[in-house]
Every structure is written in structure tokens, then in C-alpha cells.
Design a protein around this ligand. Structure first.
Ligand code: NAD
Length: 324
């Protein structure tokens, strides 16, 4: 039986990945252990659909806890590493926890993977490591130019992970995905935050001139791509994951306003985020050519479904939103 350790499995994307692994259709007997510190960003409610699955174990713990990580690595064949401090705004206010979890935590996991002969280590990264691009789309071989403390901590962890492949021959595979959206995303992130603002009768705080461009990918497409990389990717390789819908934040905001039946008077322009990258874009032709990846989700439908989910689940996001 294959045994996979999923770090950050109670987070937005990690939990979607765990639900995917354990979904009845296509379930192959894989045993899954979630290691999650359950920080403010973690929520076991995201795993409700699979909590009684006989092959799921949840361990509350820190990826920086070497004794715990070694003990777990000794019992698993593969590690899929999602755990991270993930919110750019928080990294600007206080970067220490980002370096600790994202850099040192990854180092602890890599040490344990090496020591215990873990077969595959999939390291989940982000397109933000490439920095802002005035035009074109980043390829995996492009230079990393991270600008926020969050992106810098992710870039550092990518390089450390890849160095473990180069130096020790550890089977490390790195993914770099664009912005995700979907149900269960913490209301500190743009789409759920704006939905929460609108659904609670407020205005949406839009940074600067609203012309910052992001590529939006549904979380289910990201999860499918990670699974392709885990199953069929090549050791030591980086795979960009994108191909969603590229939009300036202002246009995305108008779509969210429409979905909530609100007008442009509900936009409140706020001073730009410090160091705000203007535009991200990734070229995902490598994962398409090598592993047959293509996003399946239609953006307009998925955005409408996501808005519906937030309308129906104020009990989940309400307390989190109140605490932001
Ligand atoms: P998230 O903030 O929703 O979840 C992170 C999870 O990690 C939480 O459950 C949290 O409790 C856990 N965690 C934090 N510190 C930990 C620690 N020290 N030990 C153990 N667990 C810890 O994040 P997300 O949006 O699901 O992102 C998951 C991964 O995907 C991250 O590595 C992120 O960099 C990457 N990523 C995210 C996006 C996006 O749009 N959200 C896009 C590309 C890549």
C-alpha cells in the first residue's frame, strides 16, 4: 500500500488534494497522513467529507518539529508538501514565521526524507517566485526574482529542495502554480475576502488602480496537476501550473460585484500594497507536453459556483472573516 504524508493537509489546497486522493472514484488504497499545525489558516472542517475514511490519519504538528517529522517520514513512501505561511500581506507585516515555516520547515522535511528513504518529495511552490513580468509568461528555466517576503521564502525553499535532488539524488519534484480559488479558501485571500465583504453588506478594499494582473486557476485543476506530477513527473524537475484566466483585479472585482448583485459604489480604493507585483504569468506548456495536463474548469462557471458556496457557508467563513 502506498503511504503519502501530506503536509498542510488542513489548508485550502492541501485539503482539496486529500479529498481528491480519497475520493471513491479512482481510490487506489493509498493511505494518507495529514501533518498540519492548524494555524489560523488550518481548518479540519475542510476534511469533513473524508474524516471517517479508514485510510486517513490526521496529526496536529509542526513541520519544524524534527523528531515528529522523522518519525512520520519513517512510515511514509512519499511526501507532498503544501504546508506554508501563504498570505503575502502577512509576510509584509511580519516575515519571521514565513522564513521559519517555509524555509526551515522544508529543510526539516528534506532531511527526514533523505534519512528515511522517502521515494518521492513533491514540493508545492508558487508562480510568485518569478516576480512581476511586464509581458510574456515565465518558463521553469527563468531566473527567480521574488519580491515579497512570502515569495522569497518560497523561492528559497524551492532551491533548497532542488539542491537535495542535485546533491543527494533525492527524487524532488517542484510545482509552481498561479493563484487558486474555490470553496474553503480563507477569507484573507482576494476572492473570498471580497465575497465576504459583499455578503456582509460592506465595500471591497481594492489595492491601487486595480490593474494588477493575476492568472486564476480553480483549486481542482491545481490538485489534478499535482497528482500528475506525483505519479508521472520526473525527479529534479520543476513544473509550472497555470492556464486559468488572466484578469486585472478591477475586472475580477466587477465580476464578483455582479455575482453578489452589487454595484461599483461598493468598491473602495485603498493605498497599494507595499511592493505590489504588477503582473504574474506562467507558461505551463511543459506539464501539458510531458504529463498531458490541461485545466478543465470553466472560469465563469467556477467563479459563480464559488460565490454560491460562500453564500451558503457563512457559518464557516464568518468567524474567520471577523478575525481578519
Ligand atoms: P493555506 O494557508 O490555506 O494552508 C496552509 C496550511 O499549512 C494550513 O492548514 C496551516 O495550518 C498549515 N501550516 C502552516 N504552518 C505550518 C507548520 N509550521 N507546520 C505544519 N503545518 C503548517 O495555504 P494554501 O493556499 O492551501 O497553499 C498551500 C501551498 O500552495 C503553499 O505552499 C502555497 O505557497 C502554495 N500555493 C498557493 C497558491 C494559492 O493561490 N493559494 C498558489 C500557488 C501555490
Amino acid at each position: 500500500m502506498n503511504r503519502i504524508l501530506v503536509t498542510g493537509g488542513a489548508g485550502f489546497i492541501g485539503s482539496a488534494y486529500v479529498r481528491h486522493l480519497l475520493a471513491p472514484e479512482g481510490y487506489d488504497g493509498t493511505a494518507v497522513t495529514v501533518l498540519d499545525k492548524l494555524t489560523y489558516a488550518g481548518s479540519l472542517a475542510r476534511l469533513r467529507a473524508v474524516r471517517d475514511h479508514p485510510d486517513l490519519t490526521v496529526v496536529q504538528g509542526d513541520v519544524c518539529d524534527a523528531a515528529l517529522v522523522h518519525e512520520l517520514a519513517g512510515r511514509h513512501d512519499q511526501i507532498v508538501h503544501f504546508a506554508a505561511e501563504s498570505h503575502v500581506d502577512r509576510s509584509i507585516a511580519d516575515g519571521g514565521s514565513f522564513t521559519r515555516t517555509n524555509v526551515l520547515g522544508t529543510q526539516v522535511l528534506l532531511d527526514a526524507a533523505l534519512r528515511h528513504d522517502v521515494r518521492t518529495f513533491v514540493h508545492i511552490s508558487t508562480d510568485e517566485v518569478y516576480g512581476s513580468l511586464p509581458h510574456g509568461a515565465a518558463k521553469e528555466s527563468d531566473q527567480l526574482r521574488p519580491t515579497s517576503p512570502y515569495a522569497a521564502s518560497k523561492a528559497a525553499s524551492d532551491l533548497i529542495a532542488l539542491a537535495h535532488h542535485h546533491t543527494h539524488g533525492l527524487d524532488v519534484r517542484v510545482t509552481r502554480c498561479s493563484n487558486n480559488f474555490g470553496p474553503h479558501q480563507h477569507p484573507e485571500k482576494l476572492i473570498p475576502r471580497f465575497l465576504a465583504c459583499l455578503l456582509s453588506g460592506g465595500t471591497v478594499p481594492l489595492y491601487g488602480d486595480g490593474q494588477h494582473v493575476r492568472d486564476w486557476l480553480h483549486v481542482d485543476d491545481h490538485v489534478r496537476a499535482v497528482e500528475l506530477v506525483r505519479r508521472s513527473g520526473r525527479p529534479g524537475e520543476v513544473y509550472n501550473i497555470g492556464g486559468g484566466t488572466s484578469l486585472p483585479n478591477l475586472e475580477l472585482t466587477h465580476r464578483l460585484l455582479e455575482l453578489c448583485g452589487a454595484g461599483p459604489d461598493r468598491i473602495s480604493y485603498v493605498p497599494n500594497r507595499k511592493g505590489h507585483d504588477r503582473r504574474y504569468a506562467v507558461d505551463h506548456s511543459k506539464i501539458t507536453a510531458e504529463l498531458g495536463y490541461r485545466p478543465r474548469t470553466d472560469f465563469a462557471t467556477a467563479l459563480a459556483d464559488t460565490a454560491e458556496w460562500y453564500k451558503r457557508h457563512a457559518d464557516w467563513w464568518g468567524p474567520l472573516f471577523a478575525a481578519t
